[in-house]
Ligand binder design. Sequence first.
Ligand code: ADP
Ligand code: MG
Length: 193
Amino acid sequence: MQRSLKVVTRSPEETRILGAALAPTLLPGDVLSLSGDLGAGKTVFVQGLATALGVTGRVTSPTFTILHEYDGRYPIMHLDVYRLDSFQEIIDLGFEEYFDPRAVVLIEWGEAVEQLLPRRHLRIELRRSEDIEADDDRLVVFKPRGEDWVRKVLAMRDTAEALLDAASPDPSTGSRFEVVTSAREDGPRRKEA
Ligand code: ADP
Ligand code: MG
């Protein structure tokens, strides 16, 4: 049984709020894998998260350098594996060494290295809305792998709900979040070389 949590954000700020709401649940050794096309909001999410973990400098996509390291409450390793063309290149890089147990590890395009991720991790998928009228809508789906992550994601939801309501009170009642239960797990995926 697989549980995931869906929410639609309506601005970059709302996506940052999700990252900020997840931050207090994180501990060293935690690994997050972010998926979604260019411009989906992966880096924006990381910005909210990193700031809430006490990072004061600028947080930008490490697309060309592969790794950015920040000092927050814990060390943060921010990876973007988009430019790694082949799985072999990732292995050659000694990718596993990035999983520093003292750090929180955030990987953009993490699906490309799915097989190298620890079994317990959080997958976050971001997608532009199909609704052309709403350029700033993003569907964000949290897919916890492991019970710890289910707990963290639900804690994130409660915090995010309060923060989102405070930022822009929504006249419609009810939660913006939807828990989706599916029977089977997604298989391992990777970007084709
Ligand atoms: P990625 O890292 O996935 O390639 P970025 O986070 O760098 O994407 O960029 C996302 C872009 O989309 C930014 O320019 C941001 O301002 C814009 N944007 C618009 N609406 C949203 C939203 N709801 N959430 C996140 N970003 C949004
Ligand atoms: Mg990015």
